[in-house]
Design a protein around this ligand. Structure first.
Ligand SMILES: [Zn+2]
Length: 431
């Protein structure tokens, strides 16, 4: 029989029973093993045995990114140090890095559900996976590779960047799957086109991690490389790393591994659940994590739950792609604006490219202005600029409730990067 990494549970009832068991285990494990959690729960007047149903989750205190930095270098540690077999750290652009510890079982669990991602993407052991993400202290490279090897496909640990080498590998090794950021996917699509090697490669699928990507950008990549599928893989260092879910071949949203963690979607202001289908902050509670369990960890990532069952029949629930970060929120003329909303509008429009920038400035009249820079799509006439600008401005007005001046630029004039592109330029304080 073919080896499977899919969950053993088949119904929602079984899943809920498993979640309750995992929640109760996590509470008692964290209470016993971590002075941080013991104090937090004692302060909230909660004993692990008080948890009798999944509804009791809402009575538990939150854990935040500040708790992680305060506990540096080994925050939330709930096992003796000798049981830790590995650490990972986030890139940590501001303040201290987030460092997370893993036991042997944590690494095994992570590998198992990462292999499930490849199974969900319908790879086979014949697939050759070019892993063009960062290797190092962060979680990406090693997890893509462990999952790939456990699944049984062939891993090509290429690392990020170096388009020349990536193209050579695509041709020489006949890679069928490439894992990278969407920005790098776009660069690859352009590079393969420029070199005219499209008919010499066998790439069928791309798996994108760690960056939001617009529909327009995805379409461009898929068409340019003649791919069958593009997948989104979510992940954060606090919650193991990449691989905590994947969209299946029906692409109806990201199935997340609810047998490993519980996902709540809460209003970032009130911290109450938003109605199903509405956008809010992802709050996660792990069910099996030993070294650094998470209890109602506020991720600051925004998304929404998708109701109903996917046509694939999986019992694993789905969330939408990430709509940005609750801390990326810009307050512009007293309106909360998430760059993800702008991204979402642009990605649904014909005639414009996938890159954009949001500039905010304060002018001599003392008022704030938003300038949205977008690119005219390849093959679209310059004569359409005014019409395109008008349509975008009116969509932004309708959906984000703010006025923006739209500038349409030539295709290719905004910078592309192999990593995350900077999209918001706030110069209001410089005026
Ligand atoms: Zn599905």
């Amino acid at each position: 029989m073919k080896r499977t990494f899919m969950p053993a549970v088949k119904t929602e009832e079984e899943l809920k029973a498993l979640q309750l068991e995992g929640l109760r285990w996590t509470l008692s494990h964290a209470y016993k093993g971590s002075s941080f959690y013991r104090k937090k729960l004692d302060d909230a007047g909660i004993r692990p045995e008080d948890i009798r149903s999944l509804d009791d989750l809402s009575s538990l205190p939150f854990t935040t990114a500040e708790d992680l930095t305060e506990g540096y270098p080994y925050p939330l540690l709930s096992v003796p140090m000798e049981e830790v077999v590995r650490i990972h750290a986030s890139s940590g652009t501001t303040g201290k890095r987030k460092v997370l510890c893993y036991t042997e079982k944590d690494v095994e669990d992570w590998t198992h559900f990462f292999a499930r991602c490849y199974e969900m993407a319908e790879l086979t052991t014949r697939d050759r996976v070019q892993i063009a993400v960062g290797y190092g202290v962060w979680t990406a490279g090693i997890s893509f590779q462990m999952g790939c090897e456990a699944f049984g496909a062939m891993a090509i640990p290429a690392g990020p960047g170096n388009l020349d080498m990536q193209c050579q590998f695509l041709v020489d090794f006949q890679s069928t799957v490439m894992c990278c950021t969407a920005s790098m996917g776009l660069l690859m699509a352009e590079e393969v086109g420029r070199r005219g090697i499209g008919d010499k490669i066998s790439l069928k699928k791309m798996i994108f991690g760690s960056e939001r990507s617009s529909d327009a950008m995805r379409r461009r990549i898929k068409e340019a490389l003649h791919l069958d599928h593009l997948f989104d893989i979510p992940g954060m260092t606090e919650l193991y790393g990449p691989g905590t879910g994947l969209d299946c071949v029906h692409h109806t949203g990201i199935h997340y591994w609810a047998d490993y963690y519980i996902l709540e979607i809460l209003d970032p202001e009130t911290l109450k659940p938003v109605p199903e289908g509405e956008t809010g902050e992802m709050v996660v509670t792990t069910l099996r994590k030993e070294a650094a369990p998470l209890i109602r960890y506020r991720t600051r990532d925004l998304t929404r739950l998708l109701p109903g069952r996917c046509p694939c029949g999986s019992v694993m629930p789905r969330h939408d792609r990430l709509l940005g970060r609750s801390d990326d929120m810009i307050i512009f003329r007293a309106v909360n604006v998430y760059p993800g909303q702008v991204d979402h509008i642009l990605s649904g429009m014909e005639g414009i490219g996938s890159e954009y920038q949001i500039h905010l400035e304060r002018r001599s009249d003392g008022k704030d202005y938003m300038i949205l820079k977008v690119e005219r799509d390849q093959g679209v006439e310059k004569g359409r600029d005014r019409e395109l600008a008008r349509t975008i401005a009116s969509e932004v007005k309708n959906q984000v409730m703010v006025s923006a001046e739209v500038e349409v630029l030539d295709y290719g004039s905004l910078p592309r990067s192999e990593r995350k592109s900077k999209r918001v330029f706030d110069r209001r304080m410089e005026a």
